[in-house]
Design a protein around this ligand. Structure first.
Ligand code: HEC
Ligand code: HEC
Ligand code: HEC
Length: 407
């Protein structure tokens, strides 16, 4: 009798001990894991989409415009009712790896799970551990405002079937550890292709066109492949590293959406990770050749040159050389020679404030020309810059400028 009692007590104690241990493992992951999760959340730039008010990090509610309508990001803080507080690790993993919600419904790809699926479980759960340390915020974002037929979530089942390939990044044994780390980040957490890969009409990556340049929210994310003029062929690993860490280099400045990526993500990555990304990008194939361009008529060049001499020469210089890291040089500028001129037109229309980072703290700015210059004048000056000093790119029409103005 006595013996049985003891045995029962022992089993009970053991069970309690076990639950205490597993409870502890759930509630308090190591400081290392949390730090790794924070770094990964920065590499993945979760904050750009999930933080609306900087005083309430990750509380969601940010409006994200897609070609098919708007969608609002959910709350990732540990609030039990409106955030992730009541989620299990498995549910979190399933959302990022497979794009499947708690109730089994499918997410829209405005949430880059087609990239996050490349990440290993351990890394995803480290992010989860970091998010669990945030201050809970009670906030329910509005429902999506998507157009038919996407307003029916069930449509995403077909989308996933057609376009989504779940699975972690497959290391390439022929390549270096650095290359593989770069590939893991570029295709996975850092989701560079979410902007830099062209999309089909369903918003999925166009096959065979990885990093071939994509249009996002009125900006053109240039080619990152090895294309001669409009890709990264002329950039060294060092150039790419400097751009990602400081937001500028001797060839170009990061503006628009890329300035946000630099500020929130790449400038915070470790030196080793940024270098790995650059090594991976420099090894991408050349991709589709740049188009053969017939030089614009002499009259068009003369008209553009006149606008340039009047409005731009003070900073960018007559030969376009500018002052590297202050006024970006225009000859050989890949962004400027992109087939799609959207980013160039955005900068001319809206002007720009150079982003400042700890590595490049000096500010700079370019005035906006939307009011001063007509559609024709902006097309002329764009055509002049895109086809002078050895540059070559297809003609920009006043109609394209008009369209960019309305964005
Ligand atoms: C480009 C914008 C973007 C980025 C970057 C992004 N998300 Fe999201 N996320 C969204 C949107 C939009 C949704 C809602 C999708 C839907 O409703 O179909 C979402 C949904 C989620 C959900 C589901 C939440 C719920 O309540 O159902 C989780 C979890 C999540 N994101 C976590 C993350 C994490 C972690 C990161 C960084 C590793 C991240 N997201 C990066 C836009 C983004
Ligand atoms: C949210 C969309 C977005 C994401 C995500 C993004 N980029 Fe960009 N990127 C852009 C845009 C837009 C530009 C053009 C910026 C400009 O006009 O100043 C750009 C420019 C660049 C350039 C300069 C190219 C040139 O020819 O001047 C490089 C290099 C670059 N991005 C690398 C990356 C890498 C590496 C990643 C992933 C770590 C990444 N980008 C993620 C939107 C994005
Ligand atoms: C007061 C100085 C100033 C003047 C005048 C000026 N710019 Fe700029 N320009 C800049 C600065 C600074 C940047 C970098 C902005 C940034 O960091 O995003 C820039 C960037 C650019 C870029 C983007 C280059 C790249 O690498 O992405 C283009 C294109 C450009 N300017 C064209 C023009 C044209 C066309 C005019 C005249 C209509 C003009 N600029 C007038 C200062 C100037």
């Amino acid at each position: 009798m006595q013996g049985r009692h003891h045995a029962m007590r022992a089993i009970l104690a053991l069970a309690l001990l076990c639950s205490a241990f597993s409870g502890e493992a759930q509630a308090e992951p190591s400081a290392d894991t949390v730090a790794r999760g924070k770094a990964l959340a920065e590499a993945a730039d979760c904050a750009s989409c999930h933080t609306t008010d900087p005083s309430k990090p990750f509380a969601g509610g940010k409006r994200i415009d897609t070609p098919l309508g708007a969608i609002y990001s959910p709350n990732l803080t540990p609030d039990r009712e409106t955030g992730l507080g009541a989620w299990s690790d498995d549910e979190f993993h399933r959302a990022l790896r497979y794009g499947v919600g708690r109730d089994g419904s499918r997410y829209y790809p405005a949430f880059p799970y087609p990239n996050f699926t490349k990440m290993i479980r351990d890394d995803l759960l480290a992010i989860r551990a970091y998010l669990a340390t945030l201050t809970p915020v009670h906030n329910s974002p509005p429902p999506p405002e998507l157009r038919w037929p996407l307003n029916y979530r069930v449509v995403m089942r077909a989308w996933n079937f057609l376009f989504f390939q779940p699975g972690i990044f497959e290391p390439n044994q022929q390549k270096s550890t650095e290359w593989n780390r770069g590939g893991y980040l570029v295709t996975g957490a850092a989701h560079c292709g979410a902007c830099h890969t062209p999309k089909n009409i369903f918003g999925a990556d166009r096959r065979g066109r990885a990093f071939g340049g994509g249009l996002v929210q009125g900006w053109f994310a240039p080619r990152l492949d090895g294309a001669e003029r409009s890709g990264l062929k002329s950039w060294s690993v060092g150039d790419i590293v400097e751009y990602l860490q400081s937001g500028r280099n001797g060839r170009s400045h990061a503006g628009g959406l890329m300035a946000e990526v630099v500020a929130n993500s790449t400038s915070k990555m470790s030196d080793a990770d940024v270098r790995a990304i650059a090594v991976y990008l420099k090894d991408l194939p050349a991709g589709k050749p740049d188009p053969v361009v017939t030089p614009p008529p002499q009259a068009e060049i003369a008209a553009g040159k006149a606008v340039y001499a009047h409005a731009c020469v003070a900073c960018h210089e007559a030969d376009g050389s500018g002052t590297p890291r202050i006024y970006p040089p225009l000859p050989g500028n890949a962004n400027l020679q992109s087939v799609d001129p959207s980013s160039t037109l955005r900068v001319i229309l809206d002007g720009a404030q150079t982003i400042t980072t700890p590595r490049a703290p000096n500010p700079g700015s370019m005035p906006a020309y939307a009011k001063q210059l007509s559609d024709q004048q902006i097309a002329d000056v764009a055509n002049y810059m895109r086809n002078s000093w050895g540059n070559a790119a297809p003609l920009v029409t006043p109609a394209q400028v008009k369209k960019a103005r309305m964005q």
